[in-house]
Design a protein around this ligand. Structure first.
Ligand SMILES: C[S@@+](CC[C@H](N)C(=O)[O-])C[C@H]1O[C@@H](n2cnc3c(N)ncnc32)[C@H](O)[C@@H]1O
Length: 261
């Protein structure tokens, strides 16, 4: 199933109704969205060559703090930026320091960081100005990390889910980031002077039908539906998945962009 993890097209960030939808499901989001693979978090924290410990990380679009807590748990000092007050409140309740602002409006006030992370959030900002702002606040040798969990259903197959989406949704997001889109992000970052590498982390997971439904109904394209339409999608997905649960694969991705030292 295409998720909010997909990059969804070059102009997904222009769909502000979806970008700003998450607060409506903040508690469910925090409960049901998965964490990121431990090896991915380690890869991110091994990237900066600033010579500083603990690393100071700016986590942008931190939501309820899922990635931020993992980064903190691995030893980083995390500063979070999140525009939605309901998402931010959950992050703050776990002890994270959150500045409630979009990245565009956020004021660096002379601060700099060893890493800037976007977990499941880079597709919600305008990429060129966001990458430029990240460059500006990174210390020499610092790293920008764009990370996504990318879950795809294997059973039932994604095509069957896409067919349900096509029946109910005005716009069906692309199933996976297009090659063009991936290349354009890398090109953008290289053009600014970053060196860029990609790492993927594959895993399989079987979820109960209930757990899977709880997860997918935190995806923005369902959050923005009216109640009647959302119930109709849920009924179709429930019938499709049946009682046996859902088999998914996660091809988690981090795009690591290093600023020269
Ligand atoms: C899919 S959630 C990811 C949350 C968290 N990083 C995680 O990994 O669970 C995307 C987050 O980006 C935030 N967001 C949307 N537009 C943004 C912007 N312009 N600047 C910063 N964050 C933004 C949303 O409010 C939402 O909390």
């Amino acid at each position: 199933m295409p998720t909010d993890t997909d990059h969804g097209g070059d102009d997904l960030h222009l769909d502000r109704a979806r970008a700003e939808s998450f607060g409506a499901v903040a508690a469910a989001y925090d409960e049901h969205r998965p964490t990121y693979p431990t090896a991915l978090i380690e890869t991110v924290l091994n990237a900066p060559a600033t010579g500083r410990r603990p690393l100071e990380v700016l986590d942008v679009g931190s939501g309820t703090g899922i990635a931020a807590r993992q980064l903190r748990g691995a030893g980083a000092e995390v500063h979070a930026v999140e525009p939605d007050p309901d998402m931010a409140a959950i992050a703050e309740s776990t002890g994270l320091a959150v500045e409630v602002a979009t990245f565009e409006a956020w004021e660096p006030a002379g601060r700099s960081f060893d890493a800037v992370t976007f977990a499941q959030s880079f597709h919600w900002v305008e990429p060129t100005s966001a990458a430029r702002k990240a460059w500006d606040v990174l210390r020499p040798g610092g790293a920008l990390a764009l990370m996504w969990n990318r879950y795809t259903e294997l059973d039932p197959p994604r095509d069957a889910i896409t067919a349900i989406d096509e029946r109910h949704l005005a716009v069906t997001p692309s199933a996976r980031p297009s090659e063009d889109r991936e290349e354009s992000v890398d090109e953008l970052l290289r053009g600014m002077g970053f060196t860029v590498e990609r790492h993927t982390f594959r895993s399989d997971r079987v979820m109960t039908t209930e757990a899977w439904l709880n997860l997918v109904f935190t995806y923005s394209r369902y959050v923005v539906l009216d109640d009647e339409r959302r119930a109709a999608v849920r009924a179709d997905l429930t019938a499709l998945a049946g009682p046996d649960g859902v088999h998914l694969e996660n091809d988690a991705l981090v795009v690591l962009a290093r600023k020269p030292g």
